[in-house]
Design a protein around this ligand. Structure first.
Ligand code: NAP
Length: 258
């Protein structure tokens, strides 16, 4: 498996969940990876695992809400691997999960700092390099929440709608420079985030059976597919893993559960 041999990727929120599986999948296809998240110890553990399996990986502590942290992660990728071909804007949070009138302005704003400004910081740090190279792929992990309002999720739904629009704007500005911009809406995925959602009990997503969620490994495989020309039809738009026909194209098979 070497579809991405010679390429270098940065994955934000790579310490666990979807980000960790995306990093494993990219590395398994031969990409060198930089793993960025606040929990640098977990990123280092995953980097060691990838290295032991014959891949190349580096870890860096990074809060995507801080532009300078994301710039440092891009700089590490360049210093370690000499290039940046793929950025996966994956880092995200679901909390605060509360009715809009009941959330503190600081907590609501912190989610926007991570889920919207964090994605913006990724684009801002990666685009100059990719534009100069005349090539690159930026995948942002989106959500059905970009299109669907849900009780208790005003900040999250707003953030995912904003991140989707950010990607569409970035596509318009960069499609002529060889930079591929796409969003991935994975459906519900079996990670810590869904455990937090379930514990809240606040809306219908919280009441989904665990078997309804797809595995983070599937999301990793989808991101690898999105890095190749087969996904060019979706540039500037959103790949949804709820789309059964598309799942077949990607090679994921029918969706289990809801
Ligand atoms: P998760 O299990 O809670 O993991 C979240 C990841 O984001 C962790 O690696 C976390 O690492 C990182 N992160 C959180 N805040 C960060 C920050 N300020 N700076 C850097 N990294 C940060 O969640 P997940 O399910 O894997 O979600 C990953 C992405 O998929 C999110 O954007 C989420 O909205 C999206 N998504 C998830 C689902 C789902 O059902 N799970 C569905 C649709 C979309 P640290 O804590 O170490 O920083």
């Amino acid at each position: 498996m070497s579809a991405l041999k010679g390429k270098a990727a940065l994955v934000t929120g790579a310490s666990r969940g979807i980000g960790a599986e995306v990093a494993r999948a990219l590395a398994a296809e031969g990409a060198a990876v930089v793993l960025a998240a606040r929990d640098v110890t977990r990123c280092e553990g995953l980097a060691a695992e990838i290295t032991q399996a014959g891949g190349s990986a580096r870890a860096i502590g990074c809060d995507v809400a801080r532009a300078s942290d994301v710039e440092a992660a891009v700089a590490l990728c360049r210093a370690a691997f000499g290039r940046l071909d793929i950025l996966v804007n994956n880092a995200g949070v679901i909390e605060p999960i509360r009715a809009l009138h009941d959330v503190s302005a600081d907590d609501w704003g912190r989610l926007i700092d991570v889920n919207v400004k964090g994605v913006y910081h990724g684009f801002r740090a990666a685009l100059p390099l990719m534009r100069r190279a005349g090539a690159g792929t930026i995948v942002t992990i989106g959500s059905g929440a970009a299109h669907q309002p849900l009780e208790g999720w005003s900040a999250y739904c707003t953030s995912k709608a904003a991140a989707l629009m950010l990607g569409r704007a970035a596509h318009l500005e960069n499609r002529g420079r060889g930079v591929r911009v796409l969003s991935l809406s994975p459906g519900t995925v079996a990670t810590d985030m869904q455990r937090t959602i379930r514990a809240s009990g606040i809306n219908p997503v919280a009441r989904l059976p665990w078997e309804a969620h797809v595995s983070p490994e599937e999301v990793g495989r989808a991101v690898v597919w999105m890095c190749g020309p087969a996904a060019d039809e979706w540039l500037g738009g959103e790949v949804s893993l709820r789309d059964e026909a598309l799942r077949e194209v990607i090679g994921l098979g029918p969706r289990q559960g809801t």
